[in-house]
Design a protein around this ligand. Structure first.
Ligand code: DGT
Ligand code: CA
Ligand code: CA
Ligand code: ZN
Length: 583
């Protein structure tokens, strides 16, 4: 029944971790949190590891948890979890995923106000009952309400990364049907929007095969419920994340026009149709037609659909009616950055701080699976205590380890980096003497998210050794809206030659596309990074590139499409401009 047992188990363990947290069992809470993360990251089905007894990849999963995994594989449930769920109000398990609703807060509200459900809680937050509790001021209550709102709205849409994985899996499955001539993800997923409402899939087949294709789709193992089924379209809800998937079946002669129509966005399509109309043409999902004679001019290829209306083909990521149609009319759509342009990943965490893998393991993985010329390990600085951030002494040993591995490799593949914390006053967590010894300095904010942090970012950019600002808006989907990136930051980034990061963590996707676009317009350089904390995270580079494309970035706009020598030059320009002591 479950296509993705890893995710299912990861979800259960995450809940168990929250429940143990509520029960004040910090040790178990952490153990389950870690197990959840490991399962989430596992590249292969957990059943394969259990069967082959290959537990090397399960480092961090103790025998107690391993037994529970086996129990779930055998019986489809975990008894301990069922018992635990009885010890805490049902809604609290979910509420603990919301920023600010820790076990202490929930316990107090539960004990003093007798509140057990999310609905009651929202009411009590709004009618002042919570404000009357000791330690809950008006400001805190407002921020709790805000956090709930952000969380609820995030639940309505899927994150791009999750949607892409579901979509790709379904496409692979459908492709096994020989009747299907063409297949493509469409809608917001093809446009690689940060969040996706539902998953749209388009296929082309002969008319006589439609029924077979639609039947195959609606009876997939993934399908929980069929909500609509007609001659050319079916909509289903799948088990994974309870999401809707729409399948449309086109004739091969309509493939191009159907793909264009169902890729959207709606706004893009409206503008496109208007332009066609002004040229005496009529565009629909069935083709492009001469408005007077009704004769068909294009339809089977998407490029032709645009071409006959007088436009260049437009990459799906640009189709939001943000000026791309005008550009295509003038023939000025440029080649966007692509995955194969990326020459290295410059934001990576290892076991030196909160990463799950040693530098050696990271290097082994990347040399085997990626075609990178360089990488930068950027562990946290000391201010990030939960991650056991590095102090000055640690960094000397860290440099030594990296030098050692590079020596064995025979070339300087690993650049010595740091993710240095930007303190509340905008100063950095490590002195310049240390920063100047490193090859790559990412400066990031990890505290005080609820203020406009422009001042902190500006001050950090004035440091000659800071190469890039990490996750520049601090946004995390589902919990934090982040602070706005100001025009001042863009201006100073340009002036100081500081790059801004496009952080590809699925819950961050920070910078947002509109800000990427502003950077590109202002010639501010960008770095696409995965901020990897485990080996599977490196694959996020895919959505980082997608985001960059949504911001119209070309290869030249992205620093890590260049050779390391070019990157060194980029750093030197800043150091010279800002009069750095060490060049
Ligand atoms: P979503 O699912 O909310 O993330 O956004 P989309 O863009 O995937 O929207 P969806 O799933 O409702 O429809 C898929 C595409 O089909 C959409 O991007 C454009 C096209 N489409 C749907 N309804 C209309 C419509 O009423 N007019 C036009 N021009 N196009 C439409
Ligand atoms: Ca959609
Ligand atoms: Ca849809
Ligand atoms: Zn980081």
């Amino acid at each position: 029944m479950y296509q993705n047992i890893n995710k299912k188990l990861a979800g259960i363990f995450r809940n168990m971790s929250h429940i143990y947290d509520f029960l004040d069992d910090k040790f178990r809470s952490l153990a389950y949190q870690r197990a959840s993360q490991i399962l989430d990251d596992l590249p292969d089905d957990i059943r394969n590891y259990i069967q082959s007894g290959e537990t090397h990849h399960l480092r961090g999963i103790g025998s107690g948890i391993e037994e529970k995994i086996e129990e779930f594989i055998k019986t489809g449930k975990i008894n301990k979890y069922e018992e635990l769920k009885k010890l805490i109000p049902t809604d609290f398990i979910e509420l603990m995923k919301v920023q600010g609703f820790g076990p202490k807060t929930l316990k107090k509200i539960n004990q003093e106000l007798g509140i057990n459900t999310k609905e009651e809680l929202i009411k009590a937050l709004k009618d002042g009952r919570v404000t009357s509790l000791k330690g809950f001021g008006e400001k805190k209550v407002q921020s709790l309400l805000k956090a709930l709102e952000v969380y609820e709205s995030s639940q309505k849409r899927l994150l791009l990364w999750d949607a892409l994985n579901i979509g790709k899996r379904l496409v692979e499955n459908l492709k096994t049907l020989k009747e299907i001539k063409q297949i493509e993800l469409a809608g917001s997923l093809r446009r690689k929007k940060e969040t996706v409402g539902d998953i749209d899939i388009l296929v082309a087949c002969e008319g006589k095969d439609r029924e077979k294709v639609l039947n195959y789709f609606t009876t997939l193992e993934d399908v929980k419920e069929v909500i609509a089924k007609g001659d050319t379209k079916a909509s289903v809800i799948i088990y994974e994340k309870d999401r809707q998937v729409d399948l449309r079946v086109l004739d091969p002669q309509e493939w191009g026009s159907g793909l264009q129509y169902f890729t959207g966005s709606k706004e893009h399509n409206v503008r496109f149709r208007d332009i066609a109309k002004s040229k005496g043409l009529k565009v629909s999902e069935y083709g492009v037609f001469d408005a007077k004679t009704g004769s068909k001019i294009a339809g089977d290829r998407e490029e032709d659909v645009y071409r006959v209306v007088g436009l260049q083909w437009i990459p799906p990521e640009m189709r939001e009616d943000r000026g791309e149609i005008e550009l295509a009319l003038e023939g000025k759509i440029h080649t966007l950055v692509k995955l194969s342009d990326i020459k290295g990943d410059l934001h990576i965490h290892s076991t030196w701080t909160d990463g799950m893998n040693t530098i050696q393991e990271i290097v082994g993985h990347l040399l085997k699976h990626y075609n990178y010329q360089y990488i930068s390990i950027t562990d946290h600085s000391k201010a990030v205590r939960v991650a056991h951030g590095l102090d000055e002494e640690d960094i000397l040993r860290y440099i030594e380890e990296i030098d050692g591995i590079n020596k064995k490799l025979g070339f300087n593949f690993i650049k010595k980096g740091i993710e240095v914390d930007i303190m509340l006053d905008g100063s950095l967590d490590l002195p310049d003497e240390i920063l100047s010894r490193l090859d790559w300095v990412v400066a990031s904010i990890h505290t005080h998210f609820n203020r406009d942090n422009t001042d902190r970012v500006l001050k950090a950019m004035e440091n000659p050794y800071v190469c890039v600002i990490g996750h520049p808006t601090g946004k995390t989907f589902g919990s934090r809206e982040g602070y706005p990136l100001s025009e001042e930051i863009i201006k100073l980034a340009k002036e100081t030659n500081t790059a801004l990061e496009i952080n590809a963590q699925p819950t961050r996707m920070d910078l947002p596309d509109v800000w990427i676009r502003k950077c590109v317009k202002n010639d501010v350089k960008l770095v696409i990074s995965t901020d990897s904390h485990s080996l599977s995270n490196f694959a996020y580079i895919d959505i980082g590139v997608a985001l960059a494309r949504r911001g119209w970035a070309k290869k030249e706009d992205i620093l890590n499409t260049r050779s390391w020598e070019d990157i060194e030059n980029f750093k030197q320009i800043k150091r010279r401009r800002l009069g750095a002591k060490v060049k």
